[in-house]
Design a binder for this molecule. Structure first.
Ligand SMILES: *[C@@H]1O[C@H](CO)[C@@H](O)[C@H](O)[C@H]1NC(C)=O
Ligand SMILES: *[C@@H]1O[C@H](CO)[C@@H](O)[C@H](O)[C@H]1NC(C)=O
Ligand SMILES: *[C@@H]1O[C@H](CO)[C@@H](O)[C@H](O)[C@H]1NC(C)=O
Ligand SMILES: *[C@@H]1O[C@H](CO)[C@@H](O)[C@H](O)[C@H]1NC(C)=O
Ligand SMILES: *[C@@H]1O[C@H](CO)[C@@H](O)[C@H](O)[C@H]1NC(C)=O
Ligand SMILES: *[C@@H]1O[C@H](CO)[C@@H](O)[C@H](O)[C@H]1NC(C)=O
Length: 765
């Protein structure tokens, strides 16, 4: 609206905002100006015009970037805070005008908007009217909208309002961002050694959005990530090409992998059992300190968990690669994916030779398929086509979830059993938690997140009850308040020896009258504690502790009708590791977990990273409306983390606090205490000679003992044991489909608007 059309009162308002000229006093100046306005209401307009034109130009400059600024730089440097203070300094009259305009003395005090955010936005909207190039703000908002999965129609409306770029311009910026990211990952693999991970992506393509009942179809593709390799010797994020030459990989000579190893290298050695036991005892202490009131005075002196093979502190860098419309489920598909990834990376056979060995991570299926390709191509000399550089690793996240299912399924008990102590079904039901479908008979794999939480609550209750039983006093709280470190350590040992160890179980079995309820409780305690240990070992980044649990799981998973595929994978991996030169082994182990955020206790599994990427790919890909395609997906997946960071930045800049703040781990104290009481009332963790309910409670297997009976058989048939094949035909249990809930357990990921995102994805599928 032209200034001449401004009403008188408005002009007075603007005038009041104009900074007084130095030669007049404030009051005098105002009187002077008011006088002029009385005589000629239009007299001030030219002055204002000059003033505002000058500041408008400044605003335009503030929101225009230097030639050659990349979109990534723009996103990285974006700060509304800085913009607001610069505007305030350099365009004080406009700022003041806005302030006066928005003042409303009659408005009730209450929740106030942060006006500088609104003013900065207004200025940005004005700046794009002055010049299409003065679009710093709009470009960032556009990337934010793409990152949120906004559709074209939403963006067009906001673009017309001046808040973001037009859809076409948005796409142009997105393509630039994607090209920048592509150049970046190519430069990375040209400069240093890296590893890759890939995963299946199942995504819905909606054909013909307009028509009702037009069938969505699901396409299977693959997403991939490049990671810089950590050098555990030089403790550097830069590993020179050729550090692990191709010749370090023992040649594949047969269809089934064969290797020389000693039992110590694969089976849990006495040393490994001691290490695992020490860590499990430490976990007991940690759980006790967290759950028993009165022990606070011991927390300070509580030492860290014993280390076995700690990965040194570092920050891993990851680079997303283009999504591929190629399915890995066959040998041919896997070869095509491998070749395509290396093509995207711009790596030729000669380059790969120079680069050296290339670790590749993935879930069990990927591991298995790459193994088959290696076998099929073992006579090829080509580094890429012959997979001469590939060093496989199965994903620890998937393995951890499998271990969780092992515990849940084995100790589930009979669903609908009314008898306390009959198993986890009973505990879950008693705690009034949502029902979980679990147990070995179940046709569906138990969902991870609720299982994981149930184990945490349940194990804590079993630990607290154990301390009550062995503290030697009637009142646990009173004991706790006075307990010295020595008392605490002594009781922990007692609890471990009597309630959490195989030894305790064997002792109990020797009794003339069996108490199956108590026996089962001990086996459960032991198995659940081992699971909790690996969860913590992963976060801490102690790969030795992780491997120790794998060794034990490998034995347990040999029990009939459990998880032979995982048992095989662990066995084969440890066997293969044993054949590697020490240097390769160390690189393998010390790059099996990554630390992205630079926070303590924040190591995570590489296959989990890929699952997060898949999630964001599904969200962002929505933005293309009916034009979704694999080309589009390939382009956006490359800059997926830049887009996600743009989301974080913008939300943070607009002070949306729910976002980016870590959702706190739910407080489980109430549940734990409720269950503690039930364990006590029903004497679940004490020997009861003639427990009436024992007639309904079948003895559980000792998975360790059961599994070790079948070990010989594995060694003979590594890779494709008869049972694994039978299993894979009978069920897809090992191929658990990860849910969004599972991903949100990782509290570093911004699944802040979790419920919204959930319903959004549901609507999409
Ligand atoms: C972004 O910020 C960095 C560091 O603050 C600075 O060196 C760089 O020049 C900035 N880039 C742009 C385009 O402003
Ligand atoms: C309003 O936002 C600005 C810029 O982001 C910030 O510096 C200021 O602290 C905020 N004020 C309030 C009251 O939140
Ligand atoms: C994708 O994979 C799923 C199972 O993994 C399968 O049911 C579906 O038919 C596949 N879709 C296509 C288009 O190949
Ligand atoms: C397990 O035991 C073996 C032999 O006793 C030892 O070399 C190894 O370091 C131990 N720890 C792990 C994690 O393998
Ligand atoms: C991850 O890296 C950061 C930065 O080097 C470090 O401060 C943090 O302790 C690391 N986390 C772990 C668990 O080592
Ligand atoms: C789809 O693509 C066509 C041609 O490239 C374009 O004209 C149209 O606007 C696009 N529609 C959407 C919703 O992106």
């Amino acid at each position: 609206m032209p200034l001449s059309m401004l009403s008188l009162s408005l002009r007075v308002a603007i005038l009041r905002s104009v900074q007084p000229y130095p030669e007049h006093s404030k009051a005098g100046g105002r009187k002077f100006v008011t006088k002029i306005l009385e005589n000629d209401p239009n007299a001030i307009t030219p002055v204002l015009e000059t003033l505002f034109a000058r500041e408008g130009k400044i605003i335009q400059e503030l929101l225009t970037r230097k030639k050659g600024t990349t979109v990534s730089e723009l996103l990285e440097n974006f700060s509304l805070n800085n913009l607001a203070s610069e505007l305030q300094n350099k365009a004080p009259n406009i700022w003041k005008a806005l302030t006066v305009l928005s003042e409303n003395p009659t408005r009730k005090k209450g929740v106030h908007r942060n006006q500088s955010l609104v003013f900065a936005t207004i200025c940005a909207m004005v700046s794009i009217l002055r010049s299409q190039k003065a679009n710093n703000f709009q470009a960032v908002i556009s990337m934010f909208l793409i990152g949120c999965g906004s559709a074209k129609r939403e963006m067009e409306v906001l673009a017309h309002a001046g808040l973001c770029l037009s859809y076409t311009a948005t796409m142009k910026h997105l393509r630039a961002l994607s090209a920048e990211a592509t150049a970046k990952y190519r430069a990375v693999i040209r400069s240093c050694m890296c590893s890759i991970v890939w995963d299946n992506l199942n995504i819905a393509f909606r054909v013909g959005e307009q028509r009702l009942n037009s069938g969505n179809h699901f396409d299977n593709g693959t997403t991939a990530t490049l990671l810089k390799l950590w050098d555990p010797y030089l403790r550097s994020m830069f590993t020179a090409h050729g550090t692990l030459p191709l010749t370090m990989k023992p040649p594949r000579t047969s269809a089934n992998p064969r290797f020389e190893f000693s039992d110590d290298q694969i089976l849990p050695s006495p040393q490994n059992i001691t290490e695992l036991t020490d860590c499990c005892i430490w976990q007991l202490k940690r759980i006790a300190l967290e759950n028993i009131g009165g022990l606070e005075h011991l927390k300070k002196a509580f030492e860290a968990c014993p280390e076995v093979d700690q990965i040194h502190v570092h920050v891993t860098e990851q680079f997303s690669l283009p999504a591929m419309h190629e399915e890995e489920s066959s040998i041919e598909g896997t070869i095509r994916i491998y070749v395509m990834i290396l093509r995207h990376l711009g790596v030729t056979n000669a380059d790969l030779e120079k680069h050296g060995l290339l670790f590749n991570d993935g879930d069990l299926l990927t591991d298995n398929l790459v193994d088959k390709v290696e076998a099929a191509r073992r006579n090829s000399e080509q580094p890429i086509e012959g997979m001469k550089a590939a060093i496989r690793r199965f994903g620890i996240f998937h393995a951890k979830m499998a271990g969780c299912r092992l515990v849940i399924n084995e100790h589930w008990g009979k669903p609908n059993s009314k008898h306390p102590g009959s198993g986890l079904w009973w505990e879950n039901n008693y705690l009034n938690q949502k029902n979980i479908v679990a147990g070995w008979q179940s046709s569906k794999a138990a969902p991870w997140k609720p299982s994981h939480e149930l184990l945490q609550i349940s194990l804590a209750a079993h630990v607290v009850d154990g301390f009550r039983l062995f503290c030697g006093q009637d009142d646990l709280d009173q004991w706790a308040q006075r307990a010295t470190k020595e008392d605490f350590n002594r009781v922990t040992e007692e609890v471990y020896n009597n309630l959490f160890s195989t030894h305790a179980y064997h002792k109990l079995r020797k009794r003339p009258h069996r108490d199956t309820t108590f026996e089962n409780a001990i086996l459960y305690n032991r198995d659940a504690l081992i699971y909790i240990e690996i969860v913590h070992a992963i976060k801490a980044g102690d790969i030795g502790r992780v491997v120790n649990v794998f060794k034990v799981w490998m034995v347990m998973m040999r029990s009939k009708k459990t998880m032979p595929k995982y048992a095989d994978a662990i066995f084969e991996t440890l066997g293969r590791l044993a054949t590697y030169p020490e240097k390769l082994r160390k690189f393998f182990l010390h790059n099996w977990l990554v630390n992205l955020t630079g926070k303590p206790n924040s190591f995570k599994e590489i296959d989990l990273l890929q699952e997060h990427q898949n999630f964001w790919a599904k969200v962002i890909y929505n933005a293309k409306g009916s034009n979704r395609s694999w080309d589009w997906l390939s382009m956006i997946t490359v800059c997926i983390y830049e887009l996600r960071n743009a989301m974080r930045t913008v939300q943070k800049n607009f002070e949306i606090s729910s976002f980016g703040t870590q959702h706190t781990i739910p407080d489980m104290t109430k549940e734990v205490m409720y269950l503690v009481q039930a364990l006590k009332d029903n004497r679940i963790q004490s020997y009861v000679e003639n427990r009436e309910t024992n007639q309904y409670i079948d003895p559980k297997r000792d998975l360790l003992e059961d599994g070790s009976k079948n070990l010989g058989q594995v060694e003979a048939t590594v890779g494709d044991s008869a049972e694994a094949q039978e299993e894979s035909e009978a069920t897809e249990r090992d191929d658990y489909e990860i849910t969004l809930e599972d991903l949100a357990v990782d509290n570093e990921e911004p699944y802040g608007d979790f419920d919204n995102i959930m319903s959004f994805i549901d609507a999409m599928d």
